[in-house]
Design a protein around this ligand. Structure first.
Ligand SMILES: [Mn+2]
Length: 447
């Protein structure tokens, strides 16, 4: 099924509470609402850490975990019940729902934060909290601890140390359980279907935004809430802009179209990139570049065995792409020297991929405190997305390659025995892609 059960949320909280111990307290606060224009707001996306620990999705909630606390160890502050606000903004479960539906020991209204939250800080030595994610809340946390000191006179009973919560929590988020793999598989499946639709119905003369609409239509009709990130549809040399999201141009025959798009399903992200010829046939130069990226991508997927080093994965891809860039005539010199100078960066300026989960750029693969990566282990899901991008104005490049951008991205799961490609259903060989592009009957696109 496509849900995370109450037991799993409770286990995650238990694990974190066991790790921090009963001299500590943790606070996890959701982001505040953000204005979009005048008095309208962006759609609210709950904090991923809060989602991971509770599944609670109403705005600005605050979770407090105080292992072994007499008054309750799981405290959830939620928007207060309010007839008028609920009439305008929607239903709220309120403090009672926080207990009954979300497994909190204590449910309280957000209006009670200043008065009640310090009770759970008092007497604890360390506060696990992520500073810097929300300025207004950082200030309140400091005020609460200061206030406690004043409240109790000279003897400090407030936490004296603030510890970054992310290392423990994100270590746990890195390895996916069975239920979240179900959601990830679904997000990947919907994303793959959407890319197939876009390739099938692409025609020169369409606009980039039409393909974006087709992808996002498919996400929503499949039950996905939103795109997992802003959809990228770049045709021609727009494909060489890594995070191109304007999606306004007309797609011309002869263009390669690069689509980087994924569905967010049940708050889990899919993330796929495909690059294909708008008219259904790669030029020889486009095909050579495509093939080089595809070979690097396939080798990188095979590399993702349990125990493999993410840093070695990165450098092996860099080496392979450097060799290809020499073969393509884009770089010159000895491979070792080119690697030494990271010359591949001229054409491959990003990394091989990232962990994938509740966040599209998910957490845990790289330790926040020292920047070092953890070895791959079963249950880790990551993207594999090499690319080659030749700027339109690169006069050192063969002319027929200028303005071509190719990236190929799949989402893979490290298993006990190897690796599973969760987006394998999305075609990527030259033959498959050329057969698919434009094969849909456009008159059927009356959706
Ligand atoms: Mn990605």
């Amino acid at each position: 099924m496509y849900t995370i059960s109450a037991d799993v949320f409770a286990q995650r909280r238990r694990r974190l509470m066991d790790e921090i111990g009963d001299e500590a307290v943790a606070i996890i606060a959701g982001p505040s609402m953000k204005g979009r224009s005048n008095d309208t707001e962006y759609a609210y996306r709950p904090s991923s850490d809060l989602l991971y620990l509770t599944g609670f999705r109403e705005p600005e909630a605050v979770l407090v975990l105080a292992p072994g606390h007499d008054a309750g160890e799981v405290v959830l502050f939620v928007p207060d019940r309010d007839k008028l606000k609920e009439l305008w903004e929607g239903r709220r479960v309120g403090p009672e729902g926080a207990v009954q539906e979300y497994g909190a020991d204590v449910g309280l209204g957000l209006s009670e934060l200043d008065e009640k939250l310090p009770d759970w800080l008092e007497g604890r030595k360390q506060l696990y909290y992520t500073l810097g994610s929300r300025d207004d809340f950082d200030r309140r946390v400091i005020e609460w601890t200061q206030g406690l000191r004043h409240r109790r006179g000279k003897k400090s009973t407030a936490p004296g140390t603030i510890v970054d919560l992310r290392d423990l929590l994100h270590r746990s988020r890195l390895v996916k359980g069975e239920e979240e793999l179900g959601l990830l598989r679904k997000a990947c499946e919907i994303s793959s279907e959407a890319h197939i639709l876009a390739m099938k119905y692409c025609r020169p003369g369409m606009h980039e935004y039409e393909l974006q609409a087709l992808l996002e239509y498919h996400y929503r009709r499949s039950g996905g809430e939103y795109p997992a990130y802003t959809t990228i549809v770049g045709s021609g040399d727009n494909a060489t802009i890594l995070h191109y999201t304007e999606n306004r141009d007309r797609i011309e025959s002869g263009d390669v179209v690069l689509i980087d798009s994924g569905c967010e399903f049940g708050f889990y992200a899919g993330d796929i990139t495909r690059s294909f010829p708008a008219n259904g046939s790669f030029t020889p130069a486009q095909r050579d570049i495509y093939q080089a990226v595809l070979e690097a991508q396939k080798a990188a997927i095979e590399f993702c065995q349990p125990g493999a080093s993410y840093d070695e994965l990165k450098s092996s891809v860099e080496r392979q792409l450097t060799e290809s860039l020499v073969d393509l005539g884009l770089l010159e010199g000895s491979i070792d020297e080119l690697m030494e100078e990271s010359k591949f960066r001229d054409y491959y300026p990003h990394s091989i991929g990232h962990s994938l989960g509740i966040d599209v750029h998910d957490v845990g693969l790289v330790r926040p405190e020292d920047g070092e990566s953890r070895p791959l282990e079963p249950g880790v899901v990551l993207t594999i997305e090499p690319g080659i991008y030749i700027p339109a104005g690169d006069e050192s490049a063969p002319e027929e390659m200028r303005g071509v951008g190719i990236r190929i991205e799949d989402d893979v799961l490290v298993t006990e025995t190897g690796v599973e490609n969760l987006t394998a259903s999305c075609p990527k060989t030259v033959e498959e892609i050329e057969a698919l592009v434009g094969s849909g009957d456009a008159s059927n696109l009356d959706l």
